[in-house]
Design a protein around this ligand. Structure first.
Ligand code: 6GU
Length: 232
């Protein structure tokens, strides 16, 4: 999979993909992440990419011209590889709220472009003419789309087949089947008097599987009953 990210703050996206699972995904060449500085497509020598909003009001808006030129240039590069973007995603608090289902769907794509908004956001015409999908990561406001893009990329990247060492382990993640994950334990079996549940020491895979499922269910009922209501 190839993920291109368009931003005015590439520095914010340097570290998140250089560690752990996403680092391994890149090393295995299952995932390529390219961060592009929007200023490359600035409208003048001062590097301008934003301007005052029509109608007045505080806050700058990202101009359509640099964005359109950037999207077209990057689309051209993908086309040179014989492909096109499967989705052009704009990170915005008023987008669809990210969940595991969306992450699963996007993890099956080949080429994604993620646009990080800043200031008051991007000119509406870019949303209408180029963007195919708008995503938010939750009901709170971030200073810009970069951290949200990092969250989305991590959620997608780890789901690409072959990225996780143990192929089955993503299947047991919280949310993968609308259930929260069960509690986990490691050594010692007795930590200052607090013991690991006996069943986990039993060596009986069926019993352990049943216990984990029960724990997932009760944990979900207690903390996130809404997940059970939304069962498809
Ligand atoms: Cl995608 N962007 C910003 N700026 N804030 C957010 C968000 C995105 N998702 C939640 N809050």
């Amino acid at each position: 999979m190839n993920i291109d990210i368009l931003t005015v703050l590439p520095e914010l996206l340097e570290s998140p993909f250089s560690h752990s699972i996403l680092k391994r995904a890149k090393e295995k060449e299952l995932l390529t992440i390219r961060v592009h500085h929007l200023r490359q497509w600035a409208v003048n020598e001062y590097g301008q990419v934003d301007d005052y909003q029509y109608g007045g009001g505080a806050g700058m808006v990202m101009m359509p011209e640099p964005l359109a030129n950037a999207i077209e240039a990057l689309s051209g590069e993908v086309l040179a590889r014989g492909r096109k973007y499967d989705e052009i995603i704009y990170m915005t608090p008023d987008g669809d709220r990210l969940n595991q289902k969306i992450a699963n769907t996007l993890s099956l794509k080949e080429n994604l472009l993620i646009i990080c908004g800043h200031y008051k956001g991007i000119d509406q015409r870019i949303r209408e003419q180029y963007v195919t999908r708008e995503i938010s990561i939750g009901d709170y406001v971030l200073s810009g789309g970069e951290l949200a893009a990092a969250v989305l990329t991590d959620a997608i990247g780890r789901l690409i087949p072959g990225v996780l060492n143990d192929e089955t382990s993503a299947l047991f993640d919280s949310f993968q089947d609308n259930l929260l994950a069960p509690p986990v334990y490691t050594r010692p079996a007795d930590f200052r008097g607090a013991k690991v549940p006996e069943v986990l020491l039993s060596g009986d895979p069926k019993k352990i599987g049943d216990w984990r499922h029960d724990q997932s269910l009760s944990h979900t009922r207690e903390r996130r009953p809404d997940l059970l209501d939304n069962e498809e």
